[in-house]
Each structure stands twice: as structure tokens, then as C-alpha cells.
Design a protein around this ligand. Structure first.
Ligand code: UDP
Ligand code: MG
Length: 339
């Protein structure tokens, strides 16, 4: 079989309304790419609606579809990791389940891959259906992380991308628990190229990422890819010490020249409260990193698999299907450690 394989990996949580609309579009695009062996892999990230039933219906009617169901909701980053871990041949294309990343652009990604690029990512030039607040905070986030992180992280770029086999293999070696995917893709490097596209509005439902979740996501990105905040504590300490020294000189001189009537309760309160605040902030910063360290040290698997259902195409084409786990209905299969 000389065709190159491309697996479209889709993480979905509660997307029962979108999937039936999205899959025919993907299937049509893959069918048109006739020199590509196109597959689709859906990951059910602990959905509580009909998503899994919809996925099974899709898989019954399309032999190129494989399904992975996690034991609970692990979040998009881990769901994607679980999916990418199951792509054993060829390249992978990551897509959102809600139709915001138009599958019709896949041929453009493939063309760039053919030209030798390893990481072809979509860059949003326009975001339909997203408010000014989300756009403004996103812009601020990319500016901050661009300043703080040594790893290049392209702005306005999400998970919509194609990874060549070697980029995929490299990504699989990064087994950290706190996974800021944009940063991990950037860390891998190789030949990167961006494809500008218009991010469409959701096909159905509403975003899983509210402002609070986005804020935590931003914290995740900054703490995963920069230790600069830790240095803030050092500089703040130095600055406070200098100010304290100047203040001490002033107090001594004042007492020498004008005597000391023991007043100064207001200034004392100000100093105590200020120092207390600064110390708490610094402790909190250290805590952010310490908590993440704790999570890494525990060495838990990244995710657990409930069901792995390989596509029928691989089985029927040859006897050497390579799915490591096979059907595992009802049984938890440890994933995430095999890379
Ligand atoms: N998603 C997921 N697990 C989660 C949350 C989201 O797999 O815990 C999927 C979701 O189904 C969608 C993608 O991640 O395919 C992006 O999520 P969403 O559209 O809510 O985010 P937004 O596009 O607003 O950033
Ligand atoms: Mg979305």
C-alpha cells in the first residue's frame, strides 16, 4: 500500500448535535483526496449526551472511522493526546468537533505537508461568533506568552493543524501532565507553516471554555512555558529592600535632627500590610509551580481508556492490524504510558 495515511483526530465533549453535520463534510473531503488513505478518529471525552451513540452510528456506516472513549472527561488537551497516541501510521490532522475549523481546508494542509512541512497550522484571521471580550483577552494572552516564553508560540493559532509522522513521534515523547498543546507543538519545532483561515461559528451548542476556564488555561500556558513569574518575586524583593533601606535612613535622620515623639502608627501599618501582601503574592506564585510539580511527580497515566474501537478498514485490508489494545468494552485500559 503506497498511499500515505492521514488520520483526522477529533476530540468531542457533548457534541451530539454537531457530529452528524460534521462527519459527512470530512468524509467528502477525504474521499476527494484520492492519493491519501484517509481515516477519522473520534475521541469521546466523557460526554454526558448522545455523543457516543452518534459516534457509533457514524462508525457503523463508515469503515474508516475508529472510536476512542475515555473513562471520564479529561479535558480537550488530554483527549487530543489520547487520540494522537492511537495514530500509528502517517500524519495526523487535528480538528474541532464543533465545525469551527472547516474540514474543507484539509487539502491545503495536505499540500503543505507534501511540500515538506511538518507542522501546518491554521491561523485565525477572523473569529465568527466570538465576542470582543474573548478576542481582546486572546490577543493579550498571545502578547504576554510571546514575551515570557522562550518557545515560539504563534499567535491566533489553536489546535487546528496537521502533524507529519516525525512531528507526531516527537510530540508523543512529551508526557507531561499539564499539557499546554500550543506550546508543545511550538517546542517540537521542525518546518512550520501557517495557513490563514476564517474561524467559523459553532455548528451547534456553546463553547466549553468560559472566561474563568480561559483564565486558567492562560495560567497553565504561562506556568508550563515560562518561569519568569518566579523571578518577579526576586525583583519585587530587591525593590522592597531598597525602599526599606531608604526609609530606614530617613527615620534615623529624622530622629537625630528632630527627636522622636513615637508617632508613626499609620506608616507602620502601611509597611506591614504592604510587606504581608507582597509575601503572599510571592508565596502564591511559588505555589502555582509547586502544585504543578506535585502533579508531575505523581506519575499518573495521562488518561484512562474505556473503549477502543479500531476502524474496520485496517482489519479488512490486511491481517496485520496494529491496534495494541483491541476491543476493551467496559474494561479500563491504561493509556498514556506507551509512547
Ligand atoms: N472538548 C473536549 N473536552 C473538553 C472540552 C472541549 O474534547 O473537556 C472539545 C470540544 O468538543 C470541541 C473542542 O474541544 O471539539 C473545542 O471546544 P470548544 O468549541 O468548546 O472551545 P472553543 O472553540 O470555544 O475554544
Ligand atoms: Mg469551538
Amino acid at each position: 500500500m503506497s498511499q500515505e495515511r492521514l488520520t483526522v483526530v477529533i476530540a468531542a465533549k457533548n457534541e451530539a448535535a454537531s457530529l452528524p453535520k460534521l462527519h459527512p463534510r470530512i468524509a467528502a473531503v477525504l474521499r476527494r483526496l484520492d492519493d491519501i488513505d484517509g481515516r477519522v478518529l473520534y475521541v469521546d471525552d466523557g460526554s454526558t449526551d448522545d455523543t457516543w451513540a452518534q459516534m457509533q452510528r457514524i462508525a457503523r456506516n463508515d469503515p474508516t472511522v475508529s472510536l476512542l472513549r475515555l473513562s471520564r472527561n479529561f479535558g480537550k488537551e488530554l483527549a487530543l493526546t489520547a487520540g494522537l497516541d492511537r495514530v500509528e501510521h502517517g500524519a495526523a490532522m487535528i480538528l474541532d468537533a464543533d465545525g469551527q475549523d472547516p474540514p474543507e481546508l484539509i487539502p491545503q494542509f495536505v499540500a503543505q505537508w507534501r511540500e515538506g512541512h511538518d507542522d501546518v497550522h491554521g491561523t485565525r484571521i477572523q473569529r465568527d461568533g466570538e465576542g470582543w471580550l474573548k478576542r481582546a483577552t486572546a490577543a493579550a494572552f498571545y502578547r504576554v506568552i510571546g514575551r515570557l516564553s522562550k518557545t515560539p508560540i504563534p499567535a491566533d493559532t489553536g489546535d487546528y493543524r496537521l502533524l507529519s509522522p516525525r512531528a507526531l513521534a516527537a510530540l508523543r515523547q512529551l508526557r507531561e501532565r499539564h499539557r499546554f498543546m500550543k506550546g508543545l507543538f511550538g517546542w517540537v519545532g521542525f518546518n512550520q507553516v501557517s495557513i490563514p483561515y476564517r474561524r467559523e461559528a459553532r455548528l451547534a451548542g456553546s463553547s466549553n471554555f468560559g472566561l474563568w476556564k480561559l483564565w486558567n488555561f492562560a495560567l497553565e500556558g504561562i506556568t508550563s512555558f515560562s518561569t519568569a513569574p518566579l523571578r518577579v518575586a526576586t525583583y519585587l524583593g530587591v525593590l522592597t529592600a531598597l525602599l526599606a533601606f531608604a526609609f530606614a535612613v530617613w527615620i534615623v535622620l529624622k530622629a537625630l535632627f528632630w527627636g522622636d515623639p513615637v508617632a508613626g502608627w499609620p506608616s507602620m501599618m502601611v509597611v506591614i500590610l504592604f510587606l504581608g501582601g507582597v509575601q503572599l503574592v510571592a508565596l502564591g506564585l511559588i505555589g502555582e509551580y509547586l502544585g504543578r510539580l506535585y502533579d508531575e511527580v505523581k506519575q499518573r497515566p495521562l488518561y484512562l481508556v474505556d473503549v477502543w474501537q479500531p476502524d474496520a478498514a485496517g482489519v479488512s485490508l490486511s491481517g496485520i492490524h496494529t491496534g495494541k489494545v483491541g476491543h476493551a468494552h467496559g474494561k479500563a485500559v491504561v493509556g498514556g504510558e506507551d509512547a
